[in-house]
Design a protein around this ligand. Structure first.
Ligand SMILES: [Zn+2]
Length: 243
């Protein structure tokens, strides 16, 4: 299994990094974890065929996490008409949110997405969603409430990728990352403790609570990207991790 970092930036483009998106591959099929606004550009840069992406899983309704879906869909409708089915998984209301965003960004195209072989699924905290050999589990995150924030765990091919989404500290991070191969955790700040995002000091304090083979930090502001004193692994755009 391989994970490619398409984007690990924060909402403000700190460090010149792309919006959040991680590509998980089993060698023949690919899954996107979040699809921030820059995702299609990054997929083109990596030479990825969109047909190989079967599933897009969204953590919450913020542009740096799902704003790339309309670009993905216009490419799949008008540039290279898609042959394979596509599944989009997200919080409650995901189908309407994507439809409305599509119409806002490319007026007149949303109705055409209804003609695609496109299936939506909503996940619910505490109810594993089983789809095509994958199990998706979700927990509520501590982040802007109108964005329906969640953290997600993808179990696929006997491997586990856990992703915090955007969140401040919550006990949910412990079961999320338990016995995971890869735990991608947001770390927006260094020492700041505030609602919506995590700080490095807090994360380091809780480090022993996480039972993950690898922990990687994402969604970092400049103060975290540039700090010489970070002992946890930091992601960079373009990084590939085999697990
Ligand atoms: Zn974000």
């Amino acid at each position: 299994m391989e994970l490619t970092v398409l984007g690990c930036g924060d909402a403000f483009g700190n460090g010149g990094r792309n919006n959040t998106s991680f590509l998980v591959s089993n060698g023949s099929e690919r899954v996107l974890l979040d699809c921030g606004t820059s995702t299609l550009i990054r997929l083109k840069h990596e030479g990825i065929d969109l047909e190989s992406i079967s599933t897009i899983i969204i953590t919450h309704f913020h542009g740096d996490h799902y704003g790339g879906i309309p670009f993905f869909l216009i490419s799949s409708m008008f540039e290279n008409p898609r042959k394979n089915p596509l599944t989009i998984i997200g919080p409650e209301g995901v189908a309407k949110r994507v439809y409305d965003l599509q119409e806002a960004m490319y007026a007149g195209t949303a109705a055409k997405t209804l003609e695609m072989d496109l299936t939506y699924h909503e996940y619910t905290e505490g109810v594993p969603l089983e789809l095509d050999g994958k199990v998706i589990k979700a927990w509520k995150a501590e982040h802007s409430l109108p964005s329906f924030p969640h953290m997600i765990r993808l179990e696929w091919e006997g491997k586990v990728v856990a992703f915090s989404g955007d969140t401040s500290w919550t006990e949910h991070l412990i079961p999320l990352s338990d016995v995971s191969d890869l735990f991608i955790c947001e770390c927006n700040f260094l020492d700041q403790v505030s609602f919506g995002h995590l700080g490095y000091s807090e994360l380091l304090e809780k480090r022993e609570l996480f039972n993950a083979k690898q922990i990687w930090l994402t969604h970092m502001a400049n103060e975290v990207i540039e700090s010489p004193d970070i002992s946890l692994n930091r992601l960079t755009d373009g990084l590939k991790i085999t697990f």
